[in-house]
Design a protein around this ligand. Structure first.
Ligand code: SF4
Length: 257
């Protein structure tokens, strides 16, 4: 195991081919991207206005280490001002860098479903998710189901209200987390347990990120005495395919899962 650990080293990165956004729902209230933009105005001359960064398009091609890349931590890839042509270029980069896995998360479920056919064939290494911060936004999941991605996931973060019953058909992974920051809206344990139990019952991987608090790590991440770090099986398959001789179980172990 020790030799394989050095043979493939994973990193986690973020890639922001666009920055800036517009608030669309309750989960946006204390938007992390907006807070960062205000804190570092020199890095964001356009402020929080939606901005294309063509000069960043090729960054992942230069990252030779296989990475789990979160796309657009500072924006929303399916923002209404995103030109289809630029979106296609982003997808082309992802398609041509198959050693990485890309996680794309959006609150623009309608535009996602509308443009999904334009982006076919969807690259195997792109995971697509929608945010569902409380029960009012469950309809986003129906739009997500229409997208022909290898992995479809739901981010229940920041979870600011109960979700209730949820149909996870066609969904591979859910992430749950509480809000952080001085004005955070508190998460409740029963909301998390309700989601975890439905995920386990429906055979969907469950990841509990954190309770939240003044800082993201303040409340820890134990739920009923343990961490929940399940990931989509695809991740292990991807890892195994990059390194002959590593099976899926070892792949997950190497990722610390
Ligand atoms: S969609 Fe995301 S990036 Fe855009 S305002 Fe809302 S939380 Fe911020």
């Amino acid at each position: 195991m020790a030799s394989t650990r050095t043979a493939i080293e994973w990193t986690e990165k973020t890639w922001n081919p666009t920055t800036g956004c517009t608030k669309v729902s309750a989960g946006c209230k204390y938007c992390y991207a907006e807070r960062i933009t205000k804190r570092f105005p020199n890095h964001f001359p356009n402020g929080f206005r939606f901005t294309l960064h063509p000069e960043r398009l090729n960054e992942p091609r230069r990252w030779k280490k296989p990475s789990l890349i979160f796309v657009n931590s500072m924006s929303d890839l399916f923002h209404e001002e995103m030109p289809l042509d630029f979106l296609k270029q982003v997808f082309q980069v992802m398609r041509e860098t198959p050693w990485h896995i890309y996680q794309v998360l959006t609150k623009r479920h309608e535009r996602l479903a509308e443009l999904a056919p334009e982006l076919e064939p969807w690259p195997e290494n792109v995971w697509i998710g929608v945010s569902v911060e409380d029960a009012r936004y469950k309809h986003r999941i129906d739009y997500l189901r229409r997208v022909p991605a290898a992995v479809r996931f739901i981010s229940f973060e920041p979870l600011i209200g109960p979700i209730g019953e949820v149909d996870l058909t066609g969904i591979h992974w859910i992430i749950v987390g509480g809000e952080s920051g001085p004005k955070r809206r508190p998460i409740r344990k029963e909301w998390v347990i309700e989601l975890r139990d439905q995920a386990l019952d429906q055979g969907v991987a469950f990841f509990f990120k954190q309770w939240g608090g003044y800082s993201p790590k303040a409340g820890g991440r134990l739920l009923e005495g343990r961490e929940w770090n399940q990931m989509p099986q695809t991740l292990a398959n991807h890892f195994a395919s990059l390194s002959k001789g590593i099976d899926k179980t070892q792949g997950l172990a190497l990722l610390g899962i």
